[in-house]
Design a protein around this ligand. Sequence first.
Ligand SMILES: Cc1cc2nc3c(=O)[nH]c(=O)nc-3n(C[C@H](O)[C@H](O)[C@H](O)COP(=O)(O)OP(=O)(O)OC[C@H]3O[C@@H](n4cnc5c(N)ncnc54)[C@H](O)[C@@H]3O)c2cc1C
Length: 475
Amino acid sequence: MSDADGKTYDVVVLGGGSTGENVADAVVRGGLTAALVEAELVGGECSYWACMPSKALLRGGDVLAAARAVDGARQAVTGDQDVAATLARRDTFTHDWDDSPQVEWVRGAGIALLRGTGRLDGERSVVVTADDGSTTRLTARHAVAVCTGSQPVLPPVDGLADVDPWVPRDATSAKEPPGRLLVLGGGYVGCEMATAWSDLGARVTVLQRDEQLLDGAEPEAGEAVAAALRAAGVDVRLDAEVTAARREGTEVVLTTSDGEVRGDEVLVAVGRAARTGDAGLETVGLTPGEYLDVDDTLLVRGSDWLYGVGDVNGRAPLTHMGKYEARQAGAAIAARARGEQVRPDAWAPWAATADTAAVPSVVFTRPQVASVGLTRAGAEAAGLPHRAVTYPLGGVAGAALLADGYEGTAVAVVDTEREVLLGATFIGADVAELLHAATIAVVGRVPIARLWHAVPAYPTVSEIWLRLLEAWRDG
Ligand SMILES: Cc1cc2nc3c(=O)[nH]c(=O)nc-3n(C[C@H](O)[C@H](O)[C@H](O)COP(=O)(O)OP(=O)(O)OC[C@H]3O[C@@H](n4cnc5c(N)ncnc54)[C@H](O)[C@@H]3O)c2cc1C
């Protein structure tokens, strides 16, 4: 369906991160043509500066900790991580910041790739400016999907911008550990990077403005991660407001409510904002810099052709959720192109209902924190009748076998009227793989009475499900 000059496509996708690639793929699979516009590396943040390198940096420490937690194996661990080898392994996961394998995949999927910065230029129109300054106008027959992601924000701390702070990209791509690393922000990025660089030899201080780490998670999660970081030698300061920053020679000095703290680098990980400042939103009546306000089919409200998918809409800024939204948006675009009625009804094949009902996430700290759906506070805020049950994971045979003295907690939040699971949080070593069972229970609204028939194998950590059901039954 593409025009002879190749400049008109059914769908134009702005931003070739994990979300944009998947929107393009979904619409091509739906029988449409697609152009993908990417300003940096195809694959985006996740592949080169976020999920992949951060998890690669954490893995070595996890493996050593797992071995050290098992008598018999512990005796075999006689050294520390080989820092250079860990960094080299990280580099293999980022393909040394070379996107040619992803480019090959895009081309193989039948997607036209344009390198350059794309800007909306009125309805259904995108102008791409290449590095050499040349421009190409793309016209979309059916839809433009903005998938430009998010970018870190710097808090308004006096002098912070002048100390050349690390943003998450610097923390995941550093070529050597800093001697002393100050981490501003105790969310998941701050906690994961504190864990990784502490494992790799840095002396780390975490400064968190709130009274707990991992704000928004169940309180047991922040408490467990703070305790573990402290046990690993990380200086975790809660309720710590940073008011000013300066460099003294090579040292960074932060003024906090608690006195001064000094380091060699400061990582700022206090949150993100939509990357829409330079996407031409003003040409279609929207405000640059803001998140795109979309309905459940990812269609920008008030438009019948503009979609906002992935981090750029701020709904559930995680890679797997962006890819999910991409599949749903792709289905919506293809169905509308066929002239079908597409309404954002809950759980429809083109609706991103899970964005609000069941977002799974894993924080890869030690302990890991794996959660889905509502926390106690979330259920409270939603006005849902609920009761939470908790159980210590160490009391499950599978966990006790996994690590000597295994410590962890499971929290299940149950709707007391409908008797279905609203949410679950698992805190402990290797709990990430427990999460999908909980996600299925939440999405499927599996009645608690039926969950008793989902028998976990013995002796696995999944037996926590039985213990939680018993705790629920026994009130
Ligand atoms: C340190 C860190 C660790 C993380 N770890 C995890 C994790 O373990 N699991 C997880 O699920 N999530 C994780 N995330 C979040 C995850 O990285 C994001 O949710 C995900 O990358 C968002 O994908 P996206 O495609 O929406 O945006 P992006 O990946 O940011 O892609 C947007 C793309 O658009 C391009 N672009 C922007 N503007 C333009 C323009 N005008 N023209 C052309 N191209 C443009 C950019 O160059 C970029 O490639 C992490 C984030 C960070 C910071």
